[in-house]
Design a protein around this ligand. Structure first.
Ligand SMILES: Cc1ncc(COP(=O)(O)O)c(C=O)c1O
Length: 448
């Protein structure tokens, strides 16, 4: 096939030509790794990172990028903040993993509980996936009911109970869940339900299913369509769950310590029974946590009066290195008074600049944001939920991110983007200029 007149081919070719080391690593690694580039990190021209600092990444070919990945969210303070680097260096000299308890666990636990509006007790694990898995198990054990509801457009990690998407052909107000990928038994579908996001129809479904619903699991802001107009709906959801005797689990894996120090619960003033954490809580090291009401959290306690506590464990849970990094990061976030106004301001500045350009030039593009988390959506008209995003512009989107990469801004894979406290206003303006220039190229090439 002759690709020479294809604009997508041109940019891929240019990127590959300037990335010889990354391309060579990619070719070698693909023989060893079963999934060398997983979907989340997928990128048209491979990039292997050598080092990071503040808002910047440098790849093995010596190219520097303004990073909008931020480790997929954990680096609220940017790459390698001095406080975290120092805490890690000190902890390394004492050891990094013992299995047996260390005193840093309850110090990080106290910091988390101070921040988590619903938090009275906490359990640590290693990833956000484990956190949502444990929260679901805890809710089932506490209520004695087995079904857990998630929302259309949600993401809660990679365990079987979370890997659901809505059948596109199903009613958007009563979505039917479908398993995401192979290897998940069909029996899972008997233990989960799917609700419409940002839609009052969800409330009736919860009321009708109150006798079988143990919990509703919700991201305060869905990473598929970040927005801040969701507060009233979230507060109503909490009320409906409370009245129906269904636990509300707020998944703060992304929003915790990012949207506000107290996450989405603080930002939107929403009451939950349990909340799950990960990402920023570990200061950039792997972590997960469940926090919540003491009576619900008692299901974790094997020494409690409960006839049958739940089983939990994990070789690396609460390891001292992660705990030290988390304590350093949270302490800095807590003690920097203008952190969240500044972060959210940077986010709004970027979104406004891009949306202004898109409106002026009538482009089918919206930069959706909730403070410092973003998703650039290629779709016509208003986006009420992820259902409004069609596959019409998939190709254009793919090419767009290559142009952006060429302009020195990196957003791989699922295209969820973040800015951090280490990004300056000049960084934001440079990103806005790169985004608008890349969109203009798409328009000139007739792709949008
Ligand atoms: C809201 C939410 N919950 C859970 C997870 C899973 O976390 P992890 O990737 O640490 O397993 C993610 C990951 O992006 C997430 O965004």
């Amino acid at each position: 096939m002759d690709n020479t007149a294809n604009p997508a081919f041109d940019v891929t070719k240019r990127l590959r030509a300037t990335s010889p080391k990354s391309v060579a690593i990619h070719e070698e690694a693909a023989r060893v790794m079963a999934a060398e580039i997983v979907g989340t990190v997928e990128i048209a021209c491979p990039v292997y990172i050598e080092s990071a600092s503040g808002s910047r990444l440098t790849d093995v070919d010596g190219k520097e990028y303004i990073d909008l990945t931020m480790g997929f969210g954990p680096h609220v303070l940017g790459h390698r903040p001095a406080s975290v680097e120092k805490a890690l260096a000190e902890q390394i000299t004492r050891g990094w993993h013992w299995g047996i308890h260390n005193p840093l666990q309850h110090r990080l636990g106290e910091l988390l509980l101070e921040a988590a509006p619903c938090g009275e007790q906490v359990v640590f694990c290693n990833t956000g996936t484990e956190a949502t898995m444990y929260a679901i198990r805890a809710a089932r054990a506490f209520t004695g009911k087995s079904v857990v509801a998630v929302f259309d457009g949600s993401y809660h990690g990679v365990h079987d109970y979370a890997l659901l998407v809505a059948e596109r052909s199903s009613d958007r107000r009563n979505p039917a869940p479908r398993r995401r990928g192979a290897g998940i038994p069909s029996e899972i579908l008997e233990t989960v339900a799917m609700l419409p996001y940002n839609d009052e129809a969800a409330f009736d479904i919860i009321r009708e299913n109150r006798d079988r619903l143990a919990a509703v699991l919700v991201e305060p802001v869905q990473s598929s369509n970040p927005r801040t107009d969701i507060g009233p709906w979230l507060r109503e959801l909490a009320k409906v769950c409370r009245e129906a005797g269904v636990l509300l689990i707020v998944d703060e894996v992304i929003t915790g310590f990012r949207l506000a120090y107290g996450g989405g619960q603080e930002y939107f003033d929403v009451d939950a029974d349990l909340a799950t954490y990960g990402k920023a809580l570990g200061g950039g090291l792997p972590i997960g946590a469940v926090a919540g009401r003491t009576d619900v959290m008692s299901v974790f306690n094997t020494g409690s009066e409960r006839a049958r506590p739940i089983f939990s464990g994990g070789t690396f849970s609460g390891n001292p290195l992660t705990m030290a990094a988390g304590i350093a990061a949270l302490t800095e976030m807590r003690d920097t008074p203008d952190l969240y106004p500044r972060l959210n301001g940077l986010g709004d500045r970027l979104a406004e600049a891009i949306n202004r350009h898109a409106r002026q030039h009538k482009m089918p593009v919206t930069m959706m944001n909730a403070g410092s988390m973003f998703h650039l959506r290629f779709a016509e008209g208003q986006i009420r939920s992820s259902r409004d995003i069609t596959s019409r512009y998939v190709k254009a989107e793919h090419v767009f991110y290559q142009h952006l990469q060429e302009c020195g801004v990196l957003v791989p894979g699922i295209h969820l983007a973040f800015v951090s406290a280490a990004h300056s206003e000049a960084d934001i303006d440079a990103v806005a200029a790169a985004v608008t220039a890349s969109l203009d190229t798409l328009r000139n090439d007739g792709m949008i």
